[in-house]
Design a protein around this ligand. Structure first.
Ligand code: GDD
Length: 315
C-alpha cells in the first residue's frame, strides 16, 4: 500500500507499535523497500489517546485502516485480544478521524472471513455474513462500525471485503507462505517435512499488489461504498501445495504430513468471490493468475535460500 501511494506522489505516514520502532531490524523487515520514504509514528490500536495524537499531528486526507490481529488460527487461541484489538482498534481509528479530520476519506479492511460458512457461492456484497471465528466476528463489527460512521456522521468511509491476497511478503504463519517457504527449505536440503492442516479448504487467492489498487480506487470515488474484491476463482490448499512442490521438481506426497493440531475448531470451507460490482464501479480487475502467484512466491523463497527453481509446466 505504501509503495503504491508513494508512486502516486503521496506523503505516507504509518502507525507501528513502540517496540517495533525500537527494534526495526526484526520488526519492520517487510517495510524495507519503503522505510526511508515513509514516516512512522508509535501508537497502539489499544489506546485511543495514542491514535488521536497521531491523527492530530498528521492531519491525513486519506486513512487506510489495515491494522488488525489478522491470523484466523490465533483468534481461536486468544479470542479476547483479537476482539479487543480489532473491534476497539477500528472504533478508535474511526472516532479519531471523525473528531479531528472529518473530511478525511477512510478505508476499512473487511474480509471474506465475514462470509464464513457462506450461504451462497459465489459471495457478493449482498451475501449474508456467517463468521466462523472471533476474527471473522471482529471484521463484521468493524464493517458495521464503518457503515454506521458513514450513515450517522456523513464520513467518506468505505469497506473492502477482500478475499485472500498474497505475495512474497506474506507472513510465514499463513498457509501460502508456510508452503512456499517450506518448499524452498526442502529444496535447499534444510528440511524434509512440511506439516499442514486442512488441505481441502478452498480459497480465492489473488495478488496483494493488485488488491491495494482496489483500496485506493475506493477512496477516489465521489461516494463511499462497500466492495467485494476477489479473482472469481477458487482452489484447494492441496492444489497450492501440488503446484508449489512441482515448481522445484518435487512430489508433495513425499514431504507433506497431515497434522490434526493444525485444523481449526470451525473451518471456512469454501470462499469464492464475485467482484463484478467493483469491476463496474471502480473499473478494477485482477490480472495475476493463481499459477503465476504460486510461482512468484516459490521463486522468491528459493532465491533467498540460493535454490534454483526447476521450472516445470504447471497445469
Ligand atoms: N495458516 C495455516 N497453516 N492454514 C492452514 C494450514 C496451516 O498449516 N493447513 C491448512 N490450512 C488452511 C486453513 O485451515 C485455511 O482453511 C486455509 O489454509 C487458509 O489459511 P490462512 O492462510 O491462515 O488464511 P485465512 O484464509 O484463514 O485468512 C486470511 O485471509 C483472510 C481473507 O479471506 C488472512 O489473511 C485473514 O486476515 C484475511 O482476512
Amino acid at each position: 500500500m505504501a509503495e503504491l501511494l508513494l508512486a502516486k506522489g503521496y506523503e505516507v505516514h504509518g502507525i507501528v507499535r513502540r517496540v517495533a520502532i525500537e527494534d526495526p531490524e526484526h520488526r519492520l523487515v517487510r517495510l524495507e523497500a519503503v522505510r526511508s520514504r515513509i514516516k512512522l509514528h508509535a501508537a497502539s490500536l489499544e489506546s485511543y489517546a495514542s491514535i488521536h495524537q497521531v491523527v492530530a499531528n498528521v492531519l491525513p486526507e486519506e486513512c487506510y485502516h489495515l491494522a488488525a490481529q489478522s491470523f484466523v488460527s490465533y483468534s481461536f487461541d486468544d479470542e479476547f485480544s483479537t476482539l479487543n484489538a480489532n473491534v476497539n482498534g477500528t472504533h478508535f481509528m474511526l472516532a479519531a478521524v471523525k473528531n479531528v479530520v472529518p473530511e478525511c476519506r477512510f478505508y476499512f479492511a473487511g474480509s471474506s472471513e465475514m462470509f464464513g460458512k457462506a450461504e451462497e457461492v459465489p459471495q457478493t456484497g449482498r451475501t449474508r455474513f456467517h463468521p466462523r471465528s472471533t476474527y471473522g466476528i471482529s471484521k463484521v463489527a468493524g464493517f458495521d462500525l464503518t457503515r454506521n460512521y458513514r450513515e450517522a456522521y456523513g464520513m467518506h468511509a468505505s469497506s473492502g471485503i477482500l478475499f485472500n491476497h498474497e505475495s512474497p511478503r506474506r507472513g510465514y504463519e499463513f498457509v501460502t507462505r508456510k508452503i512456499t517457504s517450506g518448499v524452498a527449505r526442502i529444496a535447499a536440503g534444510r528440511s524434509t517435512e512440511l506439516r499442514l492442516g486442512n488441505l481441502d479448504a478452498k480459497r480465492d487467492w489473488g495478488h496483494a499488489r493488485e488488491y491495494v489498487e482496489a483500496m485506493w480506487l475506493m477512496l477516489q470515488q465521489d461516494q463511499p461504498d462497500d466492495y467485494v474484491i476477489a479473482t472469481g476463482e477458487t482452489h484447494t490448499v492441496q492444489e497450492f501445495v501440488e503446484l508449489a512442490f512441482a515448481h522445484v521438481g518435487l512430489d508433495y506426497r513425499n514431504y507433506v504430513t497431515p497434522d490434526p493440531d493444525l485444523f481449526r475448531p470451525a473451518e471456512v470451507n469454501l470462499l469464492l468471490g464475485d467482484a463484478s460490482y467493483a469491476k463496474n464501479r471502480l473499473r478494477w480487475s485482477h490480472v495475476v493468475a493463481f499459477e503465476a502467484l504460486v510461482r512468484e512466491m516459490v521463486e522468491a523463497d528459493c532465491r533467498t535460500l540460493g535454490v534454483q527453481a526447476k521450472v516445470r509446466s504447471m497445469v
